[in-house]
Design a protein around this ligand. Structure first.
Ligand code: MTE
Ligand code: MO
Length: 410
């Protein structure tokens, strides 16, 4: 249908030369290395592709310590589930165990409970009913690199997300075994990772008791039928379907039931959003009340065309992609081949559950040569649609505007 790869390669080499990466002094080895890169479509978007991380195939490198690895967007065209070896990686603290011994690993449950629990992996796998569902894990800052004006943080493209089939046990069942005491307000979680210096606050996240006990929040030990990759939280992680992945605590080894709301850095200071519609403020606004980030909002993407893709004029084109509803299912996906002047309903693929990616597909025929602006918009089961204008907030969170790509018919 088009020569996307060729186009991309030329684009990459061009931007590498423009940015001076391919220097004469660098010689041939550097050239090869530098050519193994892509350019994300925003300022300072040049990124190395890396295969240097354990259990990971080719990933977009944002930072190596702690690792921030983005999924190359072409992976999302290959299927509705994101393979474990291409699943994005994000850690906040630089001291991450490089191996975890499954035989000695323990998960403790303590705090405001009738009985403290100290569980090994076998206790969890054999002691509780298993549950399994598909769910999108998306960083709150996915797509932050597109924010204008720029904000501080990991400058992700759109690949800080993935969809997997998660297997584990209900957090509720574990909490019920411990016996949550009356008066408990939150349940908080921490993992095995630490800061390099003692003063760095541990990565601790908390959910309200009712949310923790809703029967959907999962302590997962498998992802797409395999043990979790180390960098995605081996041996256990929290899965909070429909909520941003900042709550999906990895290498989970400590669950604590608490009587007052958690005031730790990662809850009270970081991952705060303006308490405004769509977490949207103008860059000049100050003194806005903030709240902890929470549920996800609907999104949809093209996966087989991108800006500059060349398509055949006068021939029917099939465009496709993925959509998700946020914290509920996808009700409808709308497609426009004329920059949003008119919309048609795209066909959607198999439903893997309300928290999963869903494939969509649409056809159109470009009658005229030249540029065509394609748009896609998801509407979720609550009737919530992606906005036509981007939101903005200082954290670079919750971007979900309608995606546009400009293709060239020739
Ligand atoms: N223990 C631990 N869990 C964590 C984090 C972390 O820094 N430490 N980061 C969170 C954030 S912000 C994201 S986006 C997801 C990323 O999950 P992934 O690396 O499996 O894709 O992990 C979450 N869980
Ligand atoms: Mo994140």
């Amino acid at each position: 249908m088009n020569d996307q790869c060729g186009l991309k390669r030329r684009h990459v080499l061009h931007s590498l030369m423009a940015s001076g990466v391919v220097g004469v002094a660098g010689g041939w080895t550097n050239l090869v290395r530098a050519a193994n890169a892509i350019t994300l479509p925003f300022e300072n978007g040049l990124r190395e592709l890396t295969t240097d991380f354990p259990q990971k195939g080719e990933m977009v490198l944002l930072r190596s310590r702690p690792p921030l690895l983005e999924t190359p967007f072409s992976v999302f065209d290959q299927g509705v589930f994101t393979p474990n070896d291409r699943f994005f990686v994000r850690w906040h603290l630089a001291s991450i165990p490089t191996r975890v011994d499954a035989r000695t690993f323990r998960l403790t449950v303590h705090g405001s409970v009738a009985r403290e629990l100290d569980l090994g992996l076998d206790d969890i796998r054999k002691g509780f009913e298993h549950v399994e569902f598909a769910a999108v894990n998306q960083c709150a800052g996915n797509s932050r690199g597109f924010f204008k004006p720029r904000v501080a943080g990991g400058e992700w493209g759109n690949g800080a997300m993935g969809n997997a089939l998660w297997t584990g046990v209900r957090l509720r069942d574990i909490l019920d075994r411990a016996g949550v005491k009356a008066g408990a307000v939150q349940v908080r979680y921490r993992g095995l990772d630490k800061g390099v210096i003692a003063a760095t606050p541990d990565f601790i996240k908390a959910l309200g008791v009712d949310h923790a006990r809703d029967g959907e929040v999962m302590v997962a030990f498998a992802m797409n039928g395999q043990p979790l990759p180390l960098l995605n939280g081996f041996p256990l992680r929290l899965v909070v379907p429909g909520w941003y992945s900042t709550y999906w605590v990895k290498m989970l080894n400590d669950i604590e039931v608490i009587d007052t709301p958690d005031q730790n850095f990662w809850m009270a200071k970081a991952y705060q959003i303006p308490d405004t519609p769509h977490a949207n403020v103008s860059p000049e606004q100050t003194g806005v009340k903030t709240i902890a980030i929470n549920r996800m909002v609907p999104r949809s993407f093209f996966t087989n065309v991108s800006d500059g893709s060349v398509i055949d004029v006068g021939a029917t084109q099939t465009v496709r992609g993925i959509a998700f509803g946020g914290d509920t299912g996808v009700s409808k996906v709308l497609f426009s081949s004329n920059g949003g002047a008119s919309w048609s309903t795209a066909s959607v693929g198999r439903d893997f559950g309300k928290f999963s990616f869903r494939r969509w597909e649409a056809r159109f025929m470009p009658r005229n040569a030249g540029q065509h602006v394609l748009k896609v918009k998801a509407i979720n089961d609550k009737g919530e649609a992606q906005p036509d204008e981007p939101n903005w907030n200082p954290g670079g969170y919750m971007r979900n505007l309608v995606e546009s790509v400009t293709v060239v018919a020739a």
